[in-house]
Design a protein around this ligand. Structure first.
Ligand code: F6R
Length: 590
């Protein structure tokens, strides 16, 4: 959450470079954005509410020909979405600017002290205390030690980047949120992640927690809290981030839904060898845990069912943010499998830090090479799904399911069967995406778009599908939804069913079919409208979304019509499915 970008070096269009960097980081937050440039012994700041999109900077900022700039794209934590609360934030003298990612947990007490000392606050953010603290320290010490001393007073997980009108350096510090430094020729870049930098240079320093860095003519790395000099580790990255465009599609979300057959085929073709190597690790582990947030959690949950069904193995799945309270029993023989598209989700990183301390093994499943989770892992499985730009995960959900299927089948030495299943899944995904099916889903979306609420049920491997379908619909269409296990209905939620309440029912042709149809009938008896997702028509269905029976791979493709339904619900409601309100693609604060 929140994207940070900064530049210092030989180039005198730092403001423009920073603006372009921010555009690549927009997925981290799109409530507001801003840039601060150093011009002579002054700082100039431009800030706006809303998405950065294809914005240009005011000519007054561009004309400064500055070689130092920092910028920020915000996902609001403290303080509403206003220009005042947009970063960068300035001190009272307007000569120091700070951009920040994280939460200063003790900002209220720090703010009270600073107000007593006469500092004037113009925003409601926690961030503003940082810049006033630096201002205070600067009265008696140098720039670098002021940043260090101010940062040491902050509680919580934070990353900051600071410029000062009278210095030619950018200073950054972190103990939580990611910061990456790119080293060019006589120039440095700093950003929240590699995607902002990899176009400029392949020489990278990943700032670690409790480190601070000074970028100017040279690079100087210091430890926190004391400020001892450290030797920076320069890593060479050998990949470029794939650029993604919408092509002929109206939104990234729909484009990414259509990417799925290709991605599924790629996993079928290329993954079995690497999984053979991992089988041993899985077999010898004492306690295996999938962890993930949101959609990634749903993929892990599907894994629990598949491991049980196919490999007769018990694998736990936990919501990552809850795993902190569940991991007292981890040992060096435990195996954690974090699932994370971005590889930067703080809720996943936190428990991994504890797991690492206990020397548990980590196999990370991510879509982001070089990300924090990727670097923390002992082994990596890359989804290779290409950049996922829409905030709502679609293609990386099905990619994770494919990887889990391949992994389970590698364990039971049926790699060839897995390949076949996934090739069938790719074909079925193509069929679902044919025009006549899209037309049907559009019609259902039109009838559901004004619904007060929607329920989704499934059993067994379709229970995670129900959770995922519900999440997809609510996050892009803002229709309140609830996904639940079919058997749970009668334990409470059925009280909410009334005449006309839509209920989506996953009814694959497996052991769950009869029971889930009974649940659908119970809903229908109370006036509910049933949208059946199945390979088999049933009299109980008011609407029928056909998905073919592709045996153990059916749980992968049955979500695709629901991704489409969520997308068209958003479109028919006049919403932007790519950037739903209040969300960000990468969640880096707790
Ligand atoms: C929902 C969605 C989120 C993410 C979650 C985890 O469509 O995209 O629920 O799945 O924020 O993100 P990653 O996978 O990046 O850890």
């Amino acid at each position: 959450m929140c994207g940070i970008f900064g530049y210092v070096g030989k180039n005198n269009n730092a403001a423009q470079i920073t603006l372009e960097g921010l555009k690549l980081l927009e997925y981290r937050g799109y409530d507001s954005w801003g840039v601060a440039v150093k011009s002579g012994k002054k700082l100039d700041v431009e800030k706006h509410v809303g998405k950065i999109g294809s914005a240009a900077l005011k000519s007054s900022i561009i004309n400064h020909k500055s070689s130092i700039a920092i910028g920020h794209t915000r996902w609001a934590t403290h303080g509403g979405v206003t220009v005042q609360n947009a970063h960068p934030h300035l001190d009272c003298t307007k000569t120091i600017a700070v951009v920040h990612n994280g939460i200063v947990e003790n900002f209220e007490e720090l703010k009270k002290d600073l107000i007593k000392k006469g500092h004037k606050f113009i925003s409601q953010t926690d961030t503003e205390v940082i810049v006033h603290l630096i201002e205070d320290f600067l009265k008696k010490e140098g720039f670098a030690s002021s940043v260090r001393d101010a940062f040491n007073l902050l509680k919580g997980l934070n990353a900051i980047v600071v410029v000062n009108a009278v210095s030619s350096e950018i200073i950054a510090a972190k103990n939580g949120s990611p910061l990456v430094i790119g080293i060019g020729k006589d120039e440095f870049y700093i950003a929240s992640d590699l995607i902002g930098i990899s176009d400029y240079t392949d020489k990278i320093v990943f700032l670690k927690d409790n480190e601070m860095i000074i970028l100017g003519k040279n690079i100087k790395l210091l430890s926190l809290p004391k400020g001892n000099r450290l030797k920076e580790k320069i890593e060479k990255i050998n990949f470029k981030f794939e650029k993604s465009s919408k092509g002929n599609f109206e939104h990234f979300m729909i484009k990414e839904i259509y990417d799925q057959p290709r991605i599924i085929r790629n996993i079928a073709r290329n993954y079995s060898d690497q999984f053979k190597k991992m089988s041993h690790l899985i077999e010898s582990a004492k306690g295996i845990f999938f962890i993930g947030a949101g959609t990634a959690y749903h993929a892990g949950l599907a894994g629990t069912y598949l491991f049980s069904k196919m490999a007769h193995m018990h694998v736990n799945t936990s919501v990552a943010s809850e795993f902190n309270y569940l991991e007292d029993f981890l040992t060096k023989e435990s195996l954690i499998i974090p699932l994370s598209q971005s590889g930067e989700t703080i809720d996943v990183i936190e428990p991994l830090n504890i797991a690492k301390k206990k020397r548990s093994k980590i196999i990370a499943v991510t879509n982001s090479i070089g990300s924090t989770i990727y670097r923390m892992a002992d082994f990596n499985i890359l989804l290779n799904a290409g950049p996922e730009k829409a905030v709502a995960s679609t293609k990386t959900y099905t990619a994770k399911l494919c990887v889990i299927l391949m992994l389970v089948f590698a364990l039971i030495k049926k790699e060839k069967e897995a390949e076949l299943l996934l090739n069938n899944a790719a074909k079925e995904a193509e069929r679902i995406l044919e025009d006549n099916n899209i037309k049907k889903i559009k019609e259902i979306a039109k009838t559901l778009k004004d619904s007060k609420n929607i329920y989704v049920i499934g059993r067994g491997l379709s229970y995670p599908s129900a959770l995922e379908a519900s999440l997809k619909i609510k996050e892009v269409s803002y229709i309140p939804t609830e996904g639940l296990a079919g058997g749970e209905l009668k334990h409470g939620t059925i009280a909410l069913i009334e005449k006309g309440t839509p209920c989506i029912v996953f009814a694959p042709k497996d052991e769950t079919f009869e029971s889930i149809i009974s649940n659908a009938t119970e809903i229908k008896s109370r006036g509910g409208v049933i949208i059946g997702v199945s390979s088999k028509k049933s009299d109980v269905f008011d609407y029928f979304i056909e998905v073919k029976d592709i045996a153990q791979a059916a749980f992968i493709t049955q979500i695709i019509p629901l991704q489409l339904l969520a997308y068209f619900l958003a479109v028919y409601k006049g919403l932007d499915p790519d950037k739903p309100r209040n969300l960000a693609k990468s969640v880096t604060v707790k």
